[in-house]
Every structure is written in C-alpha cells, then in structure tokens.
Design a protein around this ligand. Sequence first.
Ligand code: PLP
Ligand code: ZN
Length: 391
Amino acid sequence: MLRCYRCDRSYESPERARCACGEPLWFDDVSPDATIDDAGTGLARYTDFLPVDSFPGLGLGAGGTTLYRTPRLADWAGCDLALLDETTNPTGSFKDRGSAVGVAAAMERDVEAVGTVSHGNMAMSMAATAASVGLDCQVFVPADIPPERLGYIGQYDPTVVAVEGDYGELYRESIARSADRAIEFVNSDAPTRVAGQGTTAMDVVAGFDFGGPDAIVLPASSGGHASGVWRGLLDLERAGYLDSLPQLYLVQAAACDPIASAYRRDDETVTSQVAGETIAYSIANGDPPSGNRALAAVRATDGGATSVTDDEIREARDRLATHAGISAEPSAATTLAGIRRLTASGRLGPGDEVAGIVTGTGFTEPPPTDVPEPTEIDLEEFSAYLDAELS
Ligand SMILES: *Cc1c(COP(=O)(O)O)cnc(C)c1O
Ligand SMILES: [Zn+2]
C-alpha cells in the first residue's frame, strides 16, 4: 500500500507515483513484526522491509556498505564521526539501492523497459542494473549533456534519448504519461526507489547496533534519498529496532540550495530556484520533486539543512581522501563540509555520534588537478633514498 506522508491518503495501486495532493507517495505497509535477516547480505538483509523479495542481477551487489569509524577525521569534523561508504556500490553510488528495488519490481510487473530521467549517477545505475537482467533501459538526458557523461552511461548500452526542452517538465511528464504503458520509470521519487534507498538508514542503524547514531547527515538534491532514509528510520522504529529517530541533517551546495533556503526561511514548502554553477553537479536540482518531503523529514526529526560553498566542498573532498582514504565525488563530500558547518555553529558537537553518508565515488570524476609534486630520483639513487628517508 502506498501512502502520502502529508495528507495521509492511501492507494492500493502500486503503479501510482503521486498523491492527489501532488506530493510523492511511499510504501507504508511494513509489518511491526518485520525482522532483519542477519543471514542475508546487501538488501536481502532487509527483505521484510521492502516491496520485493529478491534482487536479480546487479541488485545483489547493492547496499551492505561499510560504516567506518574515522578517528583521524573526528577532531577536524568536531564530532564523534562515522562514515557510511556508499562508493562501493556496483556503480559507485547509493542509487544502486534504489535501482535494485525498482528494477526487481518492474520485472515482476513484466514491463518491456525501465526508464529514468537522469544524466548522472541514477542513469548509470539504472542502465547497469537493467543490463544485468537483460531489460531495455530508456535514459532521457538533456540535449546539452557533456560527452564524457554520455560515455559513462553509454557503456552499459541503454537506449539514450536526448530531449530538447525543460528537463523539470520532462520529469513530470514521465510520471504522468507512463501509467498504462509497458515502461516503468524508476525516477528519483519513485516509491520503489525510495524504499530501496531507505536501506541506507538501516545499514547505518545496524552499524550502531541499533543504539544510534544521534544524527545522520547526507547531501540532498531531489530529496529522494532523504525521504527514503526518513521512511527507513520510521520502519525500523515500527518494527521495534529503534526507540527514537536520529536527527536528519541535509546539505546542499550554496549555488543551488532550495531545500536549505526553505529551512532557513522557516517555510512549509520548497520554492524552486534556477541552479547556479557548482562542482557538486549531482546535487544541483533547483526544482526537487521530493523537496517538500525532505523538508518534512528534517522538521519531524528535529534536524536541519545547511549550505556549503564549493571551496568548503573541495576541502572536505581532500580530507576524505587524505584522512579516510575515500575518493568521493564533490556532491558526496558535501556531507563532511556540512558536518563542519554544523559543528562550527554548535548544532552538533564532540559528544554527538554522527553518521555521514558518503553518497558517491570520485572515480567517475576527472582526478583533482592540485595533486602534490612527486619527489624525483634516479634509479641509482634508490638505495640512498631509502637510507636517507627510512632507516
Ligand atoms: C543523487 C545523488 C545525491 C542526491 O540524492 P537525492 O536523492 O537526489 O536527493 C547525492 N549524492 C550523490 C553522489 C548522488 O548521486
Ligand atoms: Zn497527499
């Protein structure tokens, strides 16, 4: 059963994506008896909490990521920090959690194709997951997509359609026009995707032995991941795995921060923005489909939303590499930049257990250009070098 978080209407049809009030829907029929299957791996640990019960193809490899305690970063971050490393998902981001559930559900419906309106990690994730089960994947990209991004998506051989016109409008059309067709769109706010991405929260809470953390921090763009994390926490609470919900904090790039702006203004709903330039292009959605729901998640958990500059994002990305060994894309590094902001302002502090979600890998980015100069030696000097440096 699908339900609206805002007006509480419910719907029996699993294909419905939006409520009559206009807000996105989510699955709301997890049983209070749902249990985590400790013998399962990846998403299969949480089958009782998900609308599908098997994960064909690449879906088997999604989730089950590692929660690292990071004492080397804790001082700098200003809190008791743990990092959930989503970069190890099959295509390098948490999107694979949502694609695993979305593609599995589409196969149960016996559609001819899955579709997505994305030109970033979600497109890669959908194309790869669909390829692994032999399903056609229709990827709708904007006409001005950079060629290297087309290369990353195209390697999995989806059908790519470049669309001239307003991309936000295309997103809404994809929801409105697909209902009775043999294609299932697994967009950012699709209920199946949101359910799958809720397992991020489950991996965090399980990593804290169901006793924490105090706060979860993640970047937000469409607000789909934040919605899933909120839903996942509510489901864990319903099933008796959590006594109270951690605070949810969302981070956006200052150049495109409609959710954080609405939070600062104390607004009920998110007002769309024209996206400015930022290195965090994966989170530059000026018109977030699940923005209102993400804002509601923040309010319901007594969390917050903050924005960070590109310089802060670069610094956090470098710290993640040099102090935690994790190569993160800029959008994913906003998590750590946001945590610094939150501790600097006193919202979070040294006594707080904070889980930061590192949402996507840096391996799909051009390498940073400001790398250190190597020490140069001749081969004949090698032994002398070791003697001088390391004896
Ligand atoms: C998609 C994405 C986000 C944002 O998630 P939303 O569900 O759109 O809010 C953050 N980081 C990375 C790496 C992403 O790919
Ligand atoms: Zn509603």
